[in-house]
Design a protein. Structure first.
Length: 323
């Protein structure tokens, strides 16, 4: 316990204070976007119909306004729970907001990625289009989707554990068609604990952020120090492969530079994404588990909190900065 405490102190010095939050500061595998029409911030999280929170500032006050898909997804297979929707990913293109989402049974490869669209981002305004059609495969788990456009083509990154992170080209925003997924990141250790990828273009590179380690840890019990979630990053000039970390290690060969580890109250940061803020530029957002809530015994997934930091780039690599 003393060792763990010393580690937190050591790590604490390395990071600026996280961005402030007031109001409803809960989040779980968040996706964040600023609405085009009025700059309002929307935060979407894993939960009943995709929990939606809004604010006029990143700092809050945040308000829970409802569910994106209050009646659940229309994906109907493998006994998946249609209202227990995970890991939303939201972007804007062609005057439409697209939300990729997941139905899954925890710890299994029984999972599907679906997509819904909206013109406003408001609760209940989403039209579900169902399964995007990534073929089932023992190599990957079809969870944690993330969309990007590269050179006019659309891609989804996805995956968690098994053979880790894959990418597949889409034939349209709504469908994969006959395209075949390929691996872009892999950790050879243990049971390959990486997931939650997010690909972001900045300057000359595409940056692949991902969560590494054990998620959650909702109780007063800690996994081995350093085994909990942390946020890593790799980069590539093409965006469709060749990702390496700062040391030059391939990210398909266990590479991944540490961007944000546990520090102060921020335990196990992960489930991250990057928002291009109209005023602040690139902002890293994530969930974490507050140490004080762990010390009180944990509150399950209700204990998660929203964190954010500005991102700066030093020698072409992202670093978290004070907000
Ligand atoms: C399905 O998920 C919802 C949360 O969206 C939960 O309240 C409900 O109990 C789940 N149903 C089953 C059968 O597990
Ligand atoms: C949800 O289902 C109810 C009952 O069928 C319906 O009245 C309502 O319009 C639906 N809501 C949405 C957002 O589709
Ligand atoms: C790979 O997994 C091992 C074991 O969980 C962990 O110690 C290491 O930090 C991970 N590396 C990356 C880049 O995720």
């Amino acid at each position: 316990m003393l060792g763990l405490f010393s580690l937190f102190i050591a790590l604490a010095a390395a990071y600026p204070a996280r961005g402030p939050c007031t109001g409803d500061c809960w989040a779980h595998d968040p996706a964040m976007i600023q609405r085009e029409s009025d700059g309002k911030y929307f935060r979407f999280s894993t939960g009943d119909g995709v929990i939606t929170q809004t604010s006029s500032s990143l700092k809050g006050p945040w308000t829970r306004v409802g569910a994106a898909l209050p009646n659940g997804s229309n994906i109907n297979q493998d006994g998946l729970n249609t209202t227990d929707i995970w890991a939303p990913d939201v972007h804007y293109s062609d005057e439409t907001y697209y939300m990729y989402y997941v139905l899954s049974k925890i710890g299994t490869q029984t999972s599907e990625i679906g997509v819904a669209t909206s013109k406003t981002l408001e609760p209940g305004s989403w039209t579900d289009h169902g399964i995007v059609g990534i073929p089932a495969n023992d190599d990957y788990n079809r969870i944690d989707p993330n969309w990007i456009s590269i050179g006019g083509k659309q891609y989804l990154q996805f995956g968690s554990f098994w053979e880790d992170i894959f990418q597949v080209e889409l034939t349209s925003a709504l469908k994969v068609g006959s395209n075949t997924p390929y691996q872009i990141a892999y950790n050879a250790s243990l049971n390959h604990r990486i997931e939650g990828s997010f690909l972001y273009e900045h300057g000359d590179y595409y940056y692949l952020f991902f969560s590494s380690g054990i998620a959650g840890s909702y109780t007063a019990t800690y996994p081995a120090a350093g085994a909990e979630y942390s946020i890593r990053v790799c980069r590539s000039s093409s965006g469709t492969g060749g990702f390496v970390d700062k040391a030059g290690t391939k990210c398909t060969e266990s590479g991944g530079t540490m961007l944000l580890a546990s520090h102060n109250q921020v335990y196990g940061p992960g489930g991250e994404g990057v928002l291009t803020d109209k005023d602040l530029g690139p902002v890293l957002y994530y969930h974490y588990y507050p140490l004080s809530i762990k010390e009180d015994g944990g509150e399950g997934t209700a204990g998660y909190r929203y964190g954010w930091d500005k991102i700066g780039f030093v020698d072409g690599w992202p670093v978290v900065e004070a907000a």
